[in-house]
Design a binder for this molecule. Structure first.
Ligand code: F6R
Length: 332
């Protein structure tokens, strides 16, 4: 792998632009009842981000599958996007194989691997991702490739200027994201508590992305709290927690008044157990800008925290350990 982890994030603007310039591999010229997005980890997050976008832009229902099971409802009426950066993730390949058996229309997205081979063997359109990246660092390639595919097939009604503007925004705001990431990494390191990402709907995907990034790059456990659902369960867990040390990283969209008020309320509850707070106010005009900006800050801050702790952000030894065992577990 030529690039160090931080460089992969810093080049996101270019990565997004290249993905957007590529022609889409297929025009279906038909309507689909739903779009199902299957993938794990850094590839699966694409489905979550699409769900967040579908809170604002019209689309058929978007269903995210982050396991090895193709939903029972899936039929020829639905479009399945199978996303795996490596193309070798056993759960994702299981979904692909089930969909082949059930004749479900598909598009595969990978940098290579068995998914690419099987897609070509079975005439399934394939979106080619650049090689040599960590899956989580290839988010723009995957996301822009899929957004363009859905847009051109009338499956995501996002104005295309918004998609294009988000690429320029990403290029222009990289410096700001680097600076903010440094501040967050130092704050998390000083806090030494359980990192809690506290955010509001429809930013579930961004909260989850933040968790995954701190897990994989900085090697720490993270909890994600999302209002308003948080007010109906998690909130009670802060009445008598076993843990004493929490670091609350608030993530807010400043254009969403209700969201900001919900996160402000959450702070009054956390304040009973901790005094450690930091707020990430998302930059950008569109929801897409904000998700990308937040994702870039999470990527860079988790790398920076890894460096402070003397850890290599790139290596994910435990995932590799699991992947070795997964073949036997799934009988592949
Ligand atoms: C992210 C990462 C993992 C993988 C996941 C699935 O960088 O390493 O979360 O994304 O293990 O693998 P792929 O993406 O190759 O299908």
């Amino acid at each position: 792998m030529g690039l160090v982890m931080e460089e992969m994030y810093i080049e996101w603007g270019r990565q997004a632009r290249e993905a957007l310039e590529k022609p889409v591999p297929v025009s279906f010229n038909r309507v689909f009842r739903s779009v199902i997005v299957a993938g794990m980890g850094g590839s699966g997050i694409v489905g979550d981000v699409l769900s967040t976008l579908s809170s604002k832009y019209s689309s058929p229902p978007i269903v995210t599958v982050k396991n090895h099971l193709l939903p029972g409802f899936a039929s020829k009426e639905d479009l399945l996007l199978v996303v795996s950066y490596s193309g070798n993730t056993v759960e994702t390949l299981r979904v692909f194989d089930s969909a082949l058996e059930r004749n479900i229309p598909m598009v595969a997205v990978s940098s290579g691997g068995l998914l690419k081979t099987r897609a070509y063997e079975h005439g399934v359109p394939h979106i080619q991702l650049p090689e040599g990246l960590a899956p989580r660092a290839s988010l723009p390639s995957m996301l822009y490739g899929v957004v363009k595919l859905l847009y051109e097939n009338n499956l995501l009604n996002i104005p295309f200027e918004i998609v294009e503007e988000s690429v320029s925004f990403l290029e222009e705001e990289t410096g700001k994201a680097i600076a903010k990431a440094g501040v967050i990494a130092e704050w998390v390191d000083r806090s030494k508590g359980l990192l809690v990402i506290s955010t509001h709907s429809p930013l579930e995907s961004l909260g989850l992305r933040g968790k995954n990034e701190f897990n994989e790059n900085a090697k720490i456990p993270v909890k994600v709290d999302v209002a308003p659902e948080w007010m109906h369960n998690d909130i009670v867990g802060y009445e008598a927690p076993f843990l004493k040390d929490f670091a609350i990283l608030e993530v807010v969209d400043p254009g969403d008044k209700v969201g900001v008020m919900l996160v402000d309320f959450m702070r009054t509850v956390y304040a009973r157990v901790t005094g450690s707070f930091h707020r990430l106010v998302l930059e950008g005009n569109s929801l897409l800008d904000k998700i990308l900006y937040g994702s870039m800050v999470f990527g860079l801050s988790s790398c920076k925290l890894a460096r402070i702790r003397g850890i290599d952000p790139l290596k994910t030894a435990s995932i590799q350990e699991y992947k070795k065992a997964a073949g036997a577990i799934f009988g592949a």
